[in-house]
Design a protein around this ligand. Structure first.
Ligand code: ARG
Length: 283
C-alpha cells in the first residue's frame, strides 16, 4: 500500500471513530445525531475513495493492507520451519494470492485445532494449513476451491504386521490433534484407539519408540517424515481421500471470491505447479 492510500485509510479510520463517538452521544440531541449521520457518510465516502485507489483488489481484511494467514507450521511440505522462517507450499500460494490482492502476507503459527476458531472470531483472514474440506468444518467456515488432492495414509514400523486399515482394530494409532486423521480414527475405532499429539512429528517419534502401533497422517507429510526417520514405512492402501482448501470467515464472499480468482489465475499461469514442484519432487 502506498503512502497516499495509507493516508486515506487513516482518514477513514478517523471518520469511523468520529462516527462511533457520535453514536455513543445522547441520541435525543438532534444536533448530535445529525453530526453522527454526517460523520458516518463522510466515513463511507472516504472508504469508497480508498477502495477506488486500491483498484478492484480492495478486499476488507482484519488489518488493512495485510492478509493474515493462520497455519500450523508442523506440516511439511505445506508449512514448516526453515530456521526462523516459515516456508512451504501454502505459504508460497498465500504469498502469491496476497500479492495479487495488493496485500502483505502475515503468518500466524498456531495449534492446528485453533485455526478455525481464529478465523471464526475474526482474528485472521484465512486458514491455509493443508486443511481438508469436511462437512463439519463447513458449518463454521467457508472453503475456497480445492487446490490439492490429498490422502490419509498409515505409517507403520518396518517390521509391523499391520497390512491395511482392517488390521488397525485393537491397535493404538497416533495422530495430530484435531486433524482429519484424528477425527476419522476416533470415529472408526473409538476414542481409546487414538493417541493425540500436538505435532505430527511427535506421533511419528512415538511410533519409533513403540508407544503407538501406527500413525495416520496426510500422505505428502508422511513421506517427508519417513524420509527423515529411519525404520518406518507407509502402507500402499490409503485410509481416505480428501481435498485441501483455504478457509475464510463464513459469509466473507468478497475475500473468498478474490481468493478463488487468484487460485484460478495461479493454476492457469503455471505458478501453482511451479510452487508444488519446488516442494514435492516428482517420483
Ligand atoms: N489435512 C488434515 C486436516 O485437515 C491435516 C492438516 C494438518 N495441517 C497442519 N498444518 N498441521 O485435518
Amino acid at each position: 500500500m502506498n503512502r497516499k492510500t495509507t493516508g486515506i485509510w487513516a482518514a477513514a479510520a478517523l471518520s469511523l471513530m468520529l462516527a462511533a463517538c457520535g453514536s455513543s452521544a445522547a441520541t435525543t440531541d438532534t444536533a448530535a445525531s445529525a453530526e453522527k449521520t454526517e460523520a458516518a457518510s463522510a466515513a463511507e465516502e472516504t472508504k469508497q475513495a480508498a477502495e477506488k485507489t486500491e483498484g478492484n483488489t480492495a478486499v476488507k481484511t482484519v488489518t488493512p493492507g495485510s492478509l493474515i494467514m493462520c497455519t500450523n507450521a508442523e506440516f511439511p511440505p505445506y508449512e514448516f520451519h526453515n530456521g526462523n522462517e516459515i516456508v512451504g507450499i501454502d505459504v508460497e500460494i498465500c504469498n502469491a494470492i496476497a500479492e495479487k490482492l495488493g496485500l502483505k502476507l502475515e503468518i500466524e503459527d498456531i495449534a492446528f485445532d485453533a485455526i478455525i476458531p481464529e478465523i471464526v472470531s475474526g482474528k485472521a483472514d484465512l486458514g491455509a494449513a493443508g486443511m481438508t474440506v469436511t462437512e463439519d468444518r463447513k458449518q463454521n467456515v467457508d472453503f475456497s476451491d480445492s487446490y490439492a488432492h490429498a490422502t490419509q495414509v498409515i505409517i507403520i514400523r518396518e517390521d509391523s504386521d499391520i497390512a491395511g486399515p482392517d488390521d488397525l482394530k485393537g491397535k493404538l494409532v497416533g495422530v495430530q490433534q484435531g486433524t482429519t486423521g484424528d477425527l476419522y480414527v476416533s470415529a472408526d475405532l473409538g476414542d481409546d484407539a487414538v493417541e493425540r499429539y500436538s505435532k505430527g512429528m511427535e506421533a511419528v517419534q512415538a511410533l519409533t519408540q513403540s508407544k503407538v502401533d501406527a500413525v495416520i497422517i496426510d500422505g505428502e507429510t508422511a513421506k517427508q517424515y519417513v524420509k527423515e526417520v529411519p525404520g518406518l514405512r507407509i502402507l500402499d492402501e490409503s485410509y481416505t481421500d480428501e481435498e485441501y482448501a483455504v478457509a475464510v470467515q463464513k459469509g466473507n464472499t468478497q475475500l473468498l471470491d478474490a481468493i478463488n480468482t487468484a487460485i484460478g489465475e495461479l493454476k492457469k499461469d503455471g505458478t501453482f505447479d511451479k510452487i508444488v514442484e519446488k516442494y514435492i519432487k516428482a517420483e
